[in-house]
Design a protein around this ligand. Sequence first.
Ligand code: HEC
Ligand code: HEC
Ligand code: HEC
Ligand code: HEC
Ligand code: HEC
Length: 195
Amino acid sequence: MNTRFVAFAAGLAPALAVGWFGFPRLLYRQVEQPLSFSHKVHTGEKGGMACADCHSLGPDGRFTGIPRLEKCAGCHSAPVGTTAAEKKFVDDYVAKGREVDWLVYARQPDNVYFSHAVHLSGKEKVACERCHGPHGATDTLRTWQVNRISGYSRDIWGPNIARIGRRPWEGMTMNDCIQCHEKQGRDSSCLACHK
Ligand code: HEC
Ligand code: HEC
Ligand code: HEC
Ligand code: HEC
Ligand code: HEC
């Protein structure tokens, strides 16, 4: 084999590897959640709570989103267990009446209109897991990542930069929304999602 080519290939491979594995690290800024939270503790055997105990459609049809402190305070006015995470929560938030500034993985840019109500109570009743994966059963919170250029949460593109073999909930770009809408024969006019 041509030695020049061998040298070229020998240089190219590590360069590609650096780009492939290093690029996401440079592209995304990493931010930790303000508090650790285990869905599993609350929705598993110990807590026995349903999703709707904390996330539900209110009487006005609006989705409550992430529950506010008052939802938690009933059980956590004093520690129930002995974990450091709970102690921090009780001391720094419940006792001070301070809301937790959770970072939302699924957050869309401001110009996108998304309503949980149409998806949850329409004919199709799309499951939480279809769009959010197993988040409701997780024990720890992932590091939140934000694209330095677009300002988007990484979950919009999804964890897999190449998007090969990704699972249905991994990524919620405009294309992902529209693909499902077209399959279901739903409105895909610009103004359905951009007001
Ligand atoms: C005790 C209250 C509570 C219960 C019960 C609960 N959650 Fe949550 N949920 C939270 C809190 C607090 C957050 C914010 C922290 C986080 O991202 O996990 C949250 C966030 C979320 C998010 C937002 C993820 C994002 O994009 O940032 C999803 C999705 C979610 N929960 C799904 C579920 C599902 C599914 C269930 C039922 C299996 C459930 N939750 C049950 C309290 C609860
Ligand atoms: C129905 C009662 C109940 C409600 C409501 C509730 N929790 Fe809990 N929580 C528990 C129990 C039980 C545990 C487990 C305590 C142990 O044995 O360590 C727990 C544990 C925790 C812990 C420590 C373990 C972990 O998750 O990392 C945190 C933090 C916590 N809860 C935060 C919250 C927040 C935030 C809310 C409101 C969104 C909330 N809880 C609502 C009952 C509740
Ligand atoms: C898994 C499939 C699925 C995905 C993914 C999805 N949608 Fe939908 N969407 C639906 C269905 C089904 C309806 C119609 C619900 C009904 O009326 O029965 C709908 C309805 C809507 C509507 C109301 C449209 C109208 O006709 O008035 C809007 C707005 C919307 N979706 C925005 C979004 C956005 C923004 C995203 C991406 C962030 C998204 N959807 C992702 C299935 C999906
Ligand atoms: C069709 C896809 C879809 C389904 C189904 C869906 N979500 Fe979401 N969810 C989203 C999107 C997109 C966002 C970001 C919304 C935004 O930024 O305006 C979001 C945001 C959230 C948030 C963050 C707070 C907020 O309101 O912005 C929570 C909590 C949440 N979802 C929980 C749930 C739970 C629990 C279910 C099931 C009962 C569910 N979602 C079903 C797509 C979905
Ligand atoms: C089903 C929902 C949906 C429909 C229909 C839709 N969009 Fe989007 N659009 C999104 C979402 C979600 C994003 C943010 C994620 C992304 O950039 O892929 C977005 C992003 C965009 C952006 C990029 C904005 C930015 O800040 O980078 C443009 C431009 C845009 N849409 C234009 C359009 C036009 C033009 C149409 C009609 C042909 C349209 N969209 C139809 C959901 C939709």
